[in-house]
Design a protein around this ligand. Structure first.
Ligand code: HEM
Length: 411
């Protein structure tokens, strides 16, 4: 077996040692090859920044193929009817659409989900962050994810959308079940749980939309229910998928960025000191938090047209490509000294938010939310320290800690 073949077999996203610290393996594979075929997942895997960056913008690649080909035409299995509710809930999700539907729905979403709407969340977010941190301070030791990142992020997205705060536990349970479907390996039990959650989430959202039509509150769900563009409106099925994707995407990655990023800071106290001293503003530091330990490690695309060749490798129509964001963001061809966690790096050109037509529509909100929450932490609890070594969830695609137990410390 060639050296690079041996390295490639080490790329096993189900392996607990790989998940604990994927970066040495990713670095070795990235140096060995820009592209390789992962037999287990039947995907061409891209390891380097330039290829990932280009693939995100390549219109011959799509998030889905069903707008162009049947499953049979590409030799893929028909969807399993047991999980039909799961497919239905994301039928109109921006993440599962390609033009022209993607263009139409994204334009309508962008009309209400503006950077100004994201910026307007700042006072609410600040009050929430400060309130939660006061509670954490009294505990002396606390889980940053359960006591801060999660309630904060869910409350922010709910306040923006106009979802009652008292329902957040439902949203969290549904979303945790649903995201299991985005991993490379999923059990039938997890699929069944995700389909059940998707059905309940759709029913809940349909009721919410009906209520907003009777009593509009000027917030996002009400706005999506009434938005119009050149005579076009969203259908109820489209609004339901859109609200669900905003709620789910709107907290999972943000919570994991805060967890992964604060772990990085506490492993590099000199860098945290730069933030607490005011030398590096939180809004600069959050870019490095996303780059250094990406909360979303892998995104997929289907080859839709002939003639696709990546890093010298021809890839046929119907084949699948996996882009490694965490690897791209540590590519020394793009980032100087990429393994160094440098709070002041301030490089916003990482691929953490994707690129091209699917570029994260929530990026302005995520940046606002992370800025406020890291700034509040640095002001209110500058002395936080790791209480125990944190562990990651046993998943690779969505990378996040199970818990981040901290001591309040001095200061
Ligand atoms: C740090 C936090 C976040 C990260 C790292 C992140 C990352 C991403 C990435 C990488 C994509 C592109 C996926 C692809 O190309 O296939 C994406 C898309 C998306 N994100 Fe985010 N996201 C974050 C926060 C948010 C928030 C707060 C929201 C909403 C409130 C959101 C909503 C969305 C939506 C709706 C899409 C699909 C856009 C489209 O396909 O046109 N995200 N996000």
């Amino acid at each position: 077996m060639a050296a690079s073949d041996e390295l490639i077999t080490r790329f096993d996203p189900a392996d607990s040692a790989f998940i604990a610290d994927p970066y040495p393996t990713l670095a070795a594979v990235r140096e060995a090859t820009p592209i390789f075929y992962n037999e287990r997942a039947r995907q061409w895997v891209l390891t380097r920044f330039a290829d990932v960056h280009a693939a995100l913008r390549d219109r011959r690649l799509g998030r889905v193929y069903t707008h162009r080909y049947s499953h049979a035409e590409l030799g893929r299995p028909e969807p399993d009817q047991r999980w039909a509710a799961f497919d239905e809930h994301e039928r109109w999700s921006l993440l599962q659409l390609e033009p022209p539907d993607h263009t139409r729905i994204r334009r309508l979403v962008a009309k209400v989900f503006t950077p100004t709407a994201a910026a307007a969340v700042r006072p609410t977010a600040t009050a929430l962050a400060e309130g939660l941190l006061d509670e954490c301070r009294q505990r002396r030791q606390f889980d940053l994810l359960a006591r801060y990142a999660q309630p904060y992020s869910v409350a922010v997205i709910c306040s923006l959308l106009g979802v009652p705060r008292s329902d957040t536990h439902l949203l969290l349970d549904w979303s945790h079940a649903i995201v299991k479907m985005y991993e490379l390996t999923t059990t039938d039990e997890q699929r069944a749980a995700a389909a059940r959650a998707a059905q309940e989430f759709m029913d809940y959202t349909a009721t919410l939309i009906a209520a907003k039509r009777i009593r509009p509150d000027g917030l996002l769900v009400a706005a999506l229910a009434t938005v119009e563009d050149e005579g076009e409106r969203l259908t109820d099925a489209e609004i339901i998928s859109t609200v669900i994707v905003l709620l789910n995407a709107g907290h999972e990655a943000t919570v994991n960025t805060l967890g992964n990023g604060m772990r990085a800071f506490l492993l590099h106290p000199d860098q945290w000191a730069r933030v607490t001293a005011g030398e590096v503003p939180a809004r600069v530091a959050i870019e490095e938090m996303i780059r250094w330990d990406a909360p979303l490690q892998l995104f997929e695309r289907w080859v839709l047209d002939d003639g696709v060749e990546i890093a010298g490798q021809p890839i046929a129509v119907g084949e699948e490509i996996a882009m490694l964001f965490g690897s791209a963001n540590r590519d020394p061809r793009r980032f100087a000294d990429p393994d160094r966690f440098d709070a002041g790096r301030g490089d916003t050109a990482h691929v953490g938010f994707g690129g091209g037509i699917h570029f994260c529509v929530g990026a302005p909100l995520a940046r606002e939310e992370l800025d406020v929450s890291v700034d509040a932490l640095a002001r209110i609890l500058p002395g936080v320290e790791l209480a125990v070594t944190p562990r990651y969830h046993p998943t690779f695609v969505i990378r996040g800690l199970s818990a981040l137990l901290l001591d309040v410390g001095a200061g």
